[in-house]
Design a protein around this ligand. Structure first.
Ligand code: ACO
Length: 327
């Protein structure tokens, strides 16, 4: 069994900012409503870059940050619900764009918990010795599956990518936990291609947009986030007090506030950047990690918990000791 550490991070968000005021010109909403109900002030929306392109940009930064060459990567796992194609996987497209040799490459779909799941899978491969160096990416262009006339969803979702390099090394990833409850699949989904073929005509022409029961997702999230944090700490020998930062999926400021309150943890120990980026699904956690690392907020020896929830419904968390030297 080998120990695993995060040795590099990177992020990429489109240049184009869309403010709440911009959205208020599009649908019946207001800056006040969006800010109060979600914590979002602005988000980045792609003007053309797709998931693969953004994933490549974030990955290049993460690989450089780790001090590696792309050909040293032997595993690429890309979490996304908005791949460029159904197939080939975005991971394969990223592999060739990076020049990452023959790295085993595949995508996973776990909604906004995608990065948490992907990190877990990569960690297992490294732990058991199959691979030495993994690139884990969360990349989304949610704007292309958003109904821009639906005020209940279009104010939430955004585009971006984040990446992390995992290597055999120090004991960085201490504990991991993932789970799912498919009974909640109807609360958050986006249709695929409707059934139909030469024998059976297409009956249904569902739009390919995100459909969300916000209330139900909210109820699920406020319970599962604190539960996931406690679960990943269980048996680790560490308590809430030992954790410097909790880095949650950025879906709604009220969900984060509620988790902090339930756990009786100072809210300042929960990292928040939803005001700038909105909900970027599987990209939100690696974007936050990279931002914190480059700002010098994460120092060697710091204990952090990353935690997510999302479509599936899925959830999970990792307890991580930061081992990367400061900038
Ligand atoms: N602007 C103004 N009014 C709005 C808007 C808007 N953008 N959206 C909804 N409203 C109105 C509704 O029409 C409704 O009005 P009505 O009472 O006259 O019918 C009222 O506000 C309340 O609507 P709800 O949908 O019930 O509002 P709710 O209190 O549930 O808040 C929200 C909505 C913010 C989306 C909340 O449900 C939420 O955050 N849920 C979790 C969503 C989430 O986290 N999603 C992603 C998680 S997983 C992932 O990241 C993919």
């Amino acid at each position: 069994m080998f120990d695993i550490e995060i040795t590099g991070t990177g992020r990429y968000v489109p240049e184009n900012k869309v403010t709440n005021h911009d959205l208020a010109a599009l649908v019946d909403t207001s800056d006040e409503w969006i800010t109060q109900m979600t914590g979002i002030k602005e988000r980045r929306i792609s003007l053309g870059e797709d998931t693969t392109e953004m994933a490549v940009q974030a990955s290049l930064k993460a690989i450089e940050d780790a001090g590696l060459r792309p050909e040293e990567i032997d595993l690429i796992i890309l979490a996304t619900v908005t791949p460029t194609y159904y197939f080939p996987s975005a991971a394969c497209l990223v592999q060739t764009r990076l020049g990452a040799g023959q790295a085993t490459s595949f995508d996973i779909s776990a909604g906004c918990t995608g990065f948490i799941y992907a990190l877990n899978i990569a960690a297992q491969f490294i732990k058991c010795g199959t691979y030495k160096t993994a690139l884990v990416v969360g990349a989304e262009v949610l704007s292309k599956i958003t109904d821009w006339s639906d005020r209940k969803t279009c104010v939430l979702f955004a585009d971006g990518a984040g990446a992390a390099v995992l290597q055999r090394g120090k004991a960085g990833i201490i504990a991991s936990f993932t789970g799912a409850d498919g009974r909640g699949a109807d609360y958050l989904y986006c249709h695929g291609v409707p059934f139909g073929n030469q024998l059976v005509p297409v009956k249904d022409t569902q739009p390919h947009y995100t459909v969300m029961n916000g209330r139900e997702v909210f109820k699920f999230a406020v319970n599962i986030m604190p539960e996931s944090i406690l679960k990943v700490l269980e048996g680790s020998g560490f308590t809430l007090n030992d954790i410097k930062y909790f880095i949650p999926h950025q879906a709604n400021i009220r969900i984060i506030d509620s988790a902090a309150k339930k756990l009786k943890v100072d809210r300042d120990r929960f990292y928040v950047n939803i005001d700038k980026y909105g909900n970027t699904s599987s990209a939100s956690i690696p974007i936050a990690l990279d931002e914190m690392s480059r700002k010098g907020q994460l120092l060697p020896g710091d204990l952090i918990v990353v935690t997510g929830f999302g479509a599936g419904l899925t959830y999970g968390a990792h307890l991580i000791k930061w081992t990367k030297a400061n900038y």
